[in-house]
Ligand binder design. Structure first.
Ligand code: ADP
Ligand code: AMP
Length: 215
């Protein structure tokens, strides 16, 4: 069993690669962003509380996201977890280590997905996803084969995220550099860190991740 963190700024390609690992290896994707968006659309009290922070591109409190991850780890059997968009702060990283300890598991790899910031605006503003199955597309680099129809599940419910605009991205990037990028040093010091060139083609990034996981 392999547990891996995909670490990188918004638009680095974490979700895209996580979905491939789910399909190819039967691993479980734990995306706190997806969980928070699901909470919002269900109209739960927590979902309503986090909506404004998410739209502005800020970080939701550690307490909330750690709670979401704890629930998943305590309730599930898995063939390996892919942490996508979590942890995002040092507090979350410490909490994840403790939670994995509690269930007798460990982290096998932390993969830093390296991209130029200049690529991120294009990646994020061109992104759309299938609301039914979560498949990730891009206007230029990866459009659906048939306009308006999801390749994976055939749904026509393709959506853009409210926070995928340039202004929110600027704030998300600032949050990333202030609060999340220190995790690169944290995991390097622990001896867990590997890096991939996330500017490469989706297939090539997937190949580089496979090499790390098979090592
Ligand atoms: P993240 O989960 O890190 O925010 P996504 O996986 O949602 O990033 O990818 C952001 C956008 O960039 C999506 O529209 C996706 O289709 C596109 N994308 C992802 N990986 C690549 C890549 N290697 N090359 C070009 N576009 C990519
Ligand atoms: P993402 O889908 O990973 O791009 O996350 C979308 C938004 O959800 C972020 O901009 C944050 O507002 C919130 N979010 C997701 N994951 C976390 C996390 N681990 N810690 C704090 N906020 C998060």
């Amino acid at each position: 069993m392999t547990n891996v963190i995909l670490l990188g700024p918004p638009g680095a390609g974490k979700g895209t690669q996580a979905k491939r690992l789910v399909d190819e290896r039967g691993m479980t994707q734990l995306s706190t962003g997806d969980m928070l968006r699901a909470a919002r659309s269900s109209g739960s009290e927590m979902g309503l509380k986090v909506a404004a922070v998410m739209d502005a591109g800020g970080l939701v409190t550690d307490e909330i996201v750690i709670g979401l991850i704890r629930e998943k780890l305590e309730s599930g059997e898995s063939n390996g977890y892919i942490f996508d968009g979590f942890p995002r702060t040092l507090g979350q990283a410490d909490a994840l280590g403790a939670l994995l300890d509690q269930i007798g598991q460990k982290l096998d790899a932390v993969i830093s997905m390296q991209v130029d910031d200049s690529a991120l605006v294009r990646r994020v503003t061109g992104r759309y996803t299938c609301a039914n199955c979560g498949a990730v597309y891009h206007d230029e680099t990866h459009p659906t084969k048939v306009d308006g129809v999801c390749d994976s599940c055939g749904s026509t419910n393709l959506v853009r995220r409210a926070d995928d605009n340039e202004e929110s991205l600027r704030h998300r990037l600032m949050e990333y550099y202030k609060k999340t990028s220190p995790l690169i040093g944290y995991y390097y010091a622990k001896g867990d860190l590997s890096s991939v060139d996330a500017l490469a083609k989706v297939e090539d990034v997937a190949g580089a991740i496979k090499d790390i996981l098979d090592r």
